[in-house]
Design a protein around this ligand. Sequence first.
Ligand code: AMP
Ligand code: MG
Length: 531
Amino acid sequence: MSNIATSLKLNERFNQELPADPIEINSRRQVEKSAFSYATPIKTANPKLVSSSKEVADLIGLSQKDLESEDFLQIITGNKILEGTKPFAMCYGGHQFGNWAGQLGDGRAINLTEVEHNGKTWALQLKGAGPTPYSRTADGLAVLRSSIREYLCSEAMYHLGVPTTRALSLALTGDEVLRDMMYNGNSAYEKGAIVCRVAPSFIRFGNFEIFASRRDTETLKQLVDYTIKHHYAHLGEPSKETYIAFLAEVAERTMKMIVHWQRVGFVHGVMNTDNLSILGLTIDFGPYGWLEGYDHGWTPNTTDRHQKRYRYENQPDIGLWNLLKLANALYPLIEEAAPLEAILHKYKADYEPTYHQMMKEKLGLTGDFEDDKKLVEQLEEVLHLTETDMTIFFRNLAHFTPETDIENAIDKDFLNPVLAAFYKPEELTGNILNHWKTWFKNYANRLKANELSKEDRKAMMDKANPKYVLRNYMAQVAIDAADNGDFTLVNTFLEMLRNPYAEQPEMEKWFAKRPEWARNKVGCSMLSCSS
Ligand code: AMP
Ligand code: MG
């Protein structure tokens, strides 16, 4: 019989080194001067494992046998607490949609423990395991639909090369959860589920903001020193200089993470400061979405449909806005504005060239030419003229040959390599077609100046342009099947998304445009925060 307790090497640090909420009653309240509150997961009625990730198990030292054990199921659904551990919920605040929201905290996440394996420490966290002091008016639970979305997307992101938290398991609780999915008064019972998430840490910008907002510099300093000691140790001992270097590195990581989001067409959907990781990891997969048509103004989050604060093109600026809030939170430890401002300026200055370099990789361009920036900008414009699938366009662009005679091409023949990306190919006439012609002529000329062979260019582009992403409708198809008890697609997608850059002929049907039925369907292009 497998015994998880012997497989895992506990290394609890957060709840050992930081101040705990002295009140251990699980009642909803304001928690002061504490980094966390102890909270025990509630028991689940009839837990059932839906899927687990062998890869993430490997990271933390669990075997396949462990994953299949009853012990594992009981632990990852909160029914059993590992001996020697004391689960807890973190206290944090946050700016939501641009406004300070006060205390938020882990309202439906409970940290089980931290474990060490191969010299690394990992925090294990259950999402949807019951209420905590931070649950406010909600129930602390999660439903199957949002749990599938988190489970699949976090693993997809990892394999796309995007910094992210991971997911170890997805389980049904056997309990029913009441949700008003679109916030329109139509509540219904849904299947309850729990994802066990894994990351070096789940600390967010908001963990620092809450102490700063309460002028609790003492606990703020404890948390900053803790974070540096365990996650930014290379920066050195705590000092004013170290704190500045800390913010600089968080800014750099955040910027790089967002450039990756832009590269793969990921829209987070709720970039509130409580949803930004201090480690620069993508965290909290809620109403996120993937660009289908390349539309810079798109956001999947219906809660944000008027303001579109978190639309694709705004993500880099929101990253900066959130860093400004973090800088404000750290200010009491630094008491000097200039170095903080310099970091924020650097973020802005660095974003441009990093984004540009990323786009050049998507286009397979080597070398440095004055007009490259223009070529990228022109492409961004042309891509908006008629709905064009981002993933298919960039992936297939590698098939374009610069020798193509665009000038004398018949009709839109020169677009054949990327034709599958257009949602309305009939719109490729007149002005729109002319714009494409001009762009491809410029692109062809530029490619002739490349030092790469066509094959090498394709290899370069295939690394920047994924073939398989978790399209919005795909997650929904997997959810609909799972609601009916069929989890095959969840596992198929998990496997497929482990190799997003590889050709997988048996998966070709998922390298396709969003079907028309999914265009305005709830769950496919419209998601609320309700989960
Ligand atoms: P989000 O923007 O979805 O990451 O959540 C914002 C805040 O609401 C966080 O403090 C969450 O813990 C809390 N929250 C969201 N859903 C629930 C829920 N079902 N029960 C309790 N708290 C929740
Ligand atoms: Mg959150």
